[in-house]
Design a protein around this ligand. Structure first.
Ligand SMILES: O=C(O)CCC(=O)C(=O)O
Length: 247
């Protein structure tokens, strides 16, 4: 990719809070991971209640080689180094599945901590926390498209944000049913083809829509921090020594 193009991509990323859409280099592994997770879900669904099932979608990079291959994908790591930082630590992955009956994920952001045990997040700091969304299936307007509020990774006049870190707030403080009305029209809806990804500043507000129709879809999401940021160990982060992966 040309240097000027990447400089432009970085400018867009920092200004609006999210990158363009890119393609993973290894598309085959996406299909393999999606098929494996589907099979697993079908098996486990017979044994476990729905709530517990969701827990098995957290940090699966620890034991799924296909997910490890995506994390190490040539195009993904190249873009992360150019847009975010040369050295990053992946501290969590999550898989979100949408199928008939799935509701929306309300507005929230992923900047769960600032640095170590600091109690407040700092919206003026935009170089430490990043999130990645990878489409494991086609993501369409009707099967759970993502929505983002551009520029909400930084302070926005008129939008009073709760600045408490995740461990200090309740779920109802974390998730917003609605954006303040003056910002609703600025939200952008994003759709993806299987194997596409985008990167965003973790503090940016985003949500995903409910499933209405079409193929069921899964996303793989990653939470990253710059390698020199302190990782707090608490009930939300639950450190396992091998949970942190250097990228
Ligand atoms: O894929 C989804 O449905 C939700 C993703 C999301 O909200 C997140 O990555 O924080």
């Amino acid at each position: 990719m040309f240097t000027e193009q990447l400089d432009q991509d970085k400018k867009i990323f920092d200004e609006r809070g999210y990158s363009k859409t890119y393609n993973l280099a290894n598309q085959d592994v996406v299909e393999q991971l999606s098929a494996k997770l589907e099979r697993e879900q079908m098996r486990w669904r017979k044994l476990l209640p729905e709530k517990l099932l969701r827990r098995f979608l957290l940090n699966r990079h620890l034991n799924l080689p296909e997910m490890q291959a995506i994390i190490r994908d040539e195009n993904l790591t190249f873009i992360l180094k150019k847009l975010c930082a040369p050295k990053l630590i992946l501290w969590r992955t999550n898989v979100f599945k949408k199928e008939p009956g799935s509701s929306d994920v309300s507005w929230h952001h992923d900047k769960h901590f600032q640095d170590g045990d600091e109690k407040l997040i700092d919206l003026d700091e935009i170089s430490n926390h990043f999130s990645v969304f990878v489409a494991l299936n086609d993501v369409t307007l009707s099967n759970g498209a993502l929505q983002v509020l551009p520029k909400s990774h930084k302070p926005i006049k008129g939008f009073e944000r709760n600045l408490k870190v995740m461990s200090e707030k309740s779920g109802s403080e974390h998730f917003l049913r609605e954006l303040p009305s003056q910002f609703q029209a600025s939200a952008k809806t994003l759709c993806f083809k299987q194997g596409q990804f985008f990167v965003f500043h973790s503090a940016m507000y985003h949500k995903s829509k409910a499933y209405i129709s079409g193929n069921s879809r899964m996303s793989l999401t990653m939470r990253l921090m710059r390698a020199d940021v302190g990782f707090p160990v608490n009930r939300y982060t639950k450190l396992k020594s091998h949970q942190l992966v250097y990228i």
